[in-house]
Design a protein around this ligand. Structure first.
Ligand code: ATP
Ligand code: MG
Length: 201
């Protein structure tokens, strides 16, 4: 089994996240991608509750072959660290090949992750070039992290879509359309729950 792991706050999940998963599935020949909404992220304060973020991730992945959602980070207490997730998956499925999927912005603070050296030893990474990031800079960062951390990373061919959760929250706060930003069922859920009505981060 070759599994892609896609961690994030998913506040809310959007088409950019689904695009990364689809790109990794096809380019790397993965068996599945597991979305892992985080519980209590170290650098962020989500607006939606964990249960709401999980629900939106499930709605977004429903019916898409190879797309799964796990609540393992949400159901862990305390701050969410990727290394704990990777250790748990490794302990449960020792033979599984793991690749962690990230946007290129995330690569620039990988070194701040808890025990980033161990993370690098536990998985490889697939990086999607995010609009606003320079390809040459990202490639230089990949080389630097290979040196400093032994991180094995690949830059996926398909570039990322120009969508962020922040942009979705801002559109919802304005009462604007979420079409083209999130799947229709997620847009409906955001409306029904009155999510992101307040303008905020
Ligand atoms: P926010 O705007 O709140 O920061 P976000 O859109 O960056 O949210 P996160 O949940 O923080 O979403 O991101 C989870 C992962 O998905 C990160 O590795 C991030 O780099 C990546 N990601 C998010 N959006 C894109 C995109 N459009 N293209 C490529 N990678 C993305
Ligand atoms: Mg972000």
């Amino acid at each position: 089994m070759y599994t892609g792991l896609m961690g994030g706050t998913f506040d809310p999940i959007h088409l950019g996240h689904l695009h990364i998963a689809a790109a990794a599935l096809s380019q790397l020949g993965l068996d599945r991608v597991v979305f892992l909404p985080d519980g209590d992220p170290p650098h962020k304060r989500p607006q939606a509750t964990g249960a709401q973020r999980l629900r939106m991730a499930r709605l977004a992945c429903e019916g898409i072959p190879g797309f799964e959602v796990s609540d393992m980070e949400l159901s862990r207490t305390g701050t969410t660290y990727t290394v704990d997730t990777l250790r748990a998956i490794r302990a449960r499925c020792p033979g599984e090949r793991l690749v962690y999927l990230i946007g290129s912005d995330t690569l620039f603070y990988f070194h701040t992750w808890k025990t980033s050296q161990e993370v690098a030893a536990l998985c490889r990474m697939a990086v999607v070039l995010r609009p606003g990031c320079d390809r040459a800079e990202v490639e230089a960062r990949q080389r630097a992290l290979a040196q400093s951390h032994g991180l094995d990373s690949v830059l996926l061919e398909a570039p990322g879509l120009d969508i962020s959760s922040h942009q979705v929250r801002a559109a919802a706060a304005r009462g604007g359309s979420l079409e083209g930003l999130v799947p229709p069922k997620v847009a409906e859920y955001i409306r029904d729950q009155g999510l992101y009505a307040e303008p905020a981060g």
